[in-house]
Design a protein around this ligand. Structure first.
Ligand SMILES: Cc1cc2nc3c(=O)[nH]c(=O)nc-3n(C[C@H](O)[C@H](O)[C@H](O)COP(=O)(O)OP(=O)(O)OC[C@H]3O[C@@H](n4cnc5c(N)ncnc54)[C@H](O)[C@@H]3O)c2cc1C
Length: 273
């Protein structure tokens, strides 16, 4: 029998969950700390079709599958936000936790525009938009912006995309999907100001044009998101998934790194029993 070790995983997105599931396969239990909802960023996705051997699925379907696997494998989820890490110890909002091995899978946080954050109608994630909206301004020209506009369209919401540059940076396929649905794309149209007008928002562009929307989705990029790390010994700490990368932010990479982290921990514990 292996000696009992505290294995902690911070982040219940694809990377953290894949790590915990792989450990469980080898009979090793880990604690997953999640500050929000299980599933991470992929909860927002309209259609995920770049995972080899997996048919195209929505983010919601992927999260439902993760939840099913959590249940049948009896994974332990602790609802807490980990604020800082020291050697052998995690400090959350609700408590302190010891660890022998730590996996940081905390993903990314959005690039913010604080002056636009005038109400809950302004969001950086599709799943956090208010319910019952009928039109949506999307700010950004990358994959996440186009994915959000397409998801809105599918949900019967009229989206319009505002991009700063001359051309979108998003995958051509997503741009074509948006064009096929005749989703308006305003090129070279940065948003200059966001105001409240009753329940709605007024979006003012750099050209001085004003339009009313029920909500605004800002998707202008994301940066790494790590808890405060006061750690000297990194031999027992692994950083994986989107949190570890600037350029390679894909669900399959996050899943692969979760599995690899699990295999490394199993090795450090003396291999499979
Ligand atoms: C709209 C959209 C569409 C996408 N579509 C695709 C696609 O089609 N194909 C693809 O491959 N990828 C896609 N992605 C990217 C994919 O979602 C990410 O690459 C993947 O989710 C990264 O997984 P992760 O586990 O590393 O991080 P995340 O999914 O970001 O998960 C991190 C988790 O950690 C939690 N957390 C963060 N900090 C703390 C803390 N301090 N304490 C406790 N918990 C914390 C967060 O709440 C979150 O649940 C898409 C992303 C978006 C937004």
């Amino acid at each position: 029998m292996r000696p009992q070790k505290h294995i902690c995983i911070v982040g219940g997105g694809p990377a953290g969950l894949s790590c915990a599931l792989m450990l469980k396969r080898y009979g090793i239990s880990a604690r997953i700390f999640e500050k929000e909802e299980i599933g991470g960023l992929i909860r927002n996705a309209w259609r995920v079709e770049n995972i080899p051997l997996m048919p195209a699925r929505s983010g919601a379907e992927i999260v439902a599958e993760f939840k099913r696997l959590i249940d049948i494998n009896g994974l332990e989820i602790v609802k807490d936000e980990i604020l800082s890490v020291e050697d052998g110890r995690l400090f959350g909002i609700k408590g302190e936790y010891p660890y022998d091995f730590l996996v940081i899978a905390t993903g990314t946080k959005p690039k913010r525009i604080p002056e636009f954050e005038i109400s809950e109608r302004v969001s950086y994630e599709y799943v956090k938009l208010p319910r019952g909206i009928s039109n949506l301004a999307v700010y950004g020209g990358g994959d996440i912006a186009f994915d959000g506009a397409l998801k809105a369209f599918e949900n019967g919401i009229k989206p319009e995309i505002f991009i700063r540059g001359e051309r979108p940076r998003a995958l051509l396929k997503l741009v074509e999907e948006a064009r096929n649905r005749k989703i308006p794309i305003h090129h070279k149209t940065p948003i200059r100001e966001v105001r409240s007008h009753g329940e709605r928002l007024v979006i003012v562009t750099s050209q001085g044009e004003q339009q009313e929307f029920d909500a605004l989705l800002i998707a202008i990029g994301r940066v790494e998101n790590l808890p405060k790390m006061n750690v000297e010994n990194f031999d027992k700490v692994l950083i994986i998934g989107d949190a570890a990368h600037v350029h390679y932010r894909q669900m399959s990479i996050a899943i692969g790194e979760g599995i690899k982290a699990a295999m490394m921990i199993i090795e450090l514990l003396g291999g499979a029993e």
